[in-house]
Design a protein around this ligand. Structure first.
Ligand code: SAH
Length: 221
């Protein structure tokens, strides 16, 4: 991205990147994506002064934008080469969607809350990325029309790995999903090898619930 929007908060964005590097994020492509993505556009104006803290922040409708270091973990784990077709479940603010747009060939993202999706659509356009497609709906069903995906990232927590997402994973593809209770989960990495799915449990995480047919069936806290 170029122009005045990119230059705004440039110093704060630099400091966030240094903080991420100090926390062990060294992947050059991932760092570049953070550098190209103006996080202050993805948060409500009331918390814009905190946009470049390594913290999750409220984005309205009871949802949050994730902590940048959590996005960095996801992105470093996937090690995208730039050629992939990626599916994201839980567009939220659209921030990670734009990070992905800088790291993959095509990004498909599904969000269930209409006002969030519309706001993220506007900000994504403002960022000038054109390789993103958005869908309003229950992402626990995936997005069949464009499957299979080389990578699937779920940004909300599920009691179990949603089955349709396994089916929409390409051979050799990777799926990242937080699995566990409503309040604490473990990040799970599933890698598909033909009909075999290798599951690896990674670090402890905290995400808002994945609400849908193959997730939590109600959003009561
Ligand atoms: N990566 C986003 C995370 C937003 S929070 C960001 O950093 O902004 C998780 C999002 O998942 C919320 O916006 C929530 O509405 C959405 N979500 C929850 N269940 C969903 C489902 N079944 N399908 C699509 N989106 C869902």
């Amino acid at each position: 991205m170029a122009g005045p929007v990119a230059r705004q908060f440039g110093g704060a964005r630099r400091r966030l990147i240094e903080e991420l590097q100090a926390k062990g994020v060294h992947d050059v492509a991932v760092i570049r994506a953070f550098d190209l993505t103006p996080r202050h556009l993805f948060v409500p104006t009331g918390v814009q002064h905190r946009a470049y803290e390594d913290a999750s922040l409220p984005i309205g409708n009871g949802q949050t934008i994730s902590q940048p270091s959590v996005h960095a973990t996801y992105l470093a784990t996937l090690a995208l080469a730039g050629t992939e077709r990626v599916l994201e479940i839980g567009t939220g603010s659209g921030y990670q969607t734009v990070l992905l747009a800088h790291l993959a060939a095509q990004v498909f993202s599904v969000e269930r809350i209409a006002p969030l999706l519309e706001r993220s659509r506007a900000v994504i356009a403002q960022c000038g990325v054109t390789n993103v497609s958005l869908l309003l709906g229950d992402g626990t069903h995936g997005w069949k029309a464009y499957a299979p995906y080389d990578a699937i990232l779920v940004s909300a927590a599920s009691p179990d790995v949603p089955k349709p997402l396994l089916e929409q994973l390409a051979d050799g593809g990777k799926l990242l999903v937080p699995v566990g209770g409503r309040d604490e989960q473990r990040l799970v990495l599933v890698t598909r090898h033909g009909d075999r799915y290798d599951r690896q449990d990674l670090n402890a995480v905290r995400f808002v619930p994945l609400v849908g047919d193959h997730g939590w069936t109600d959003d009561a806290r």
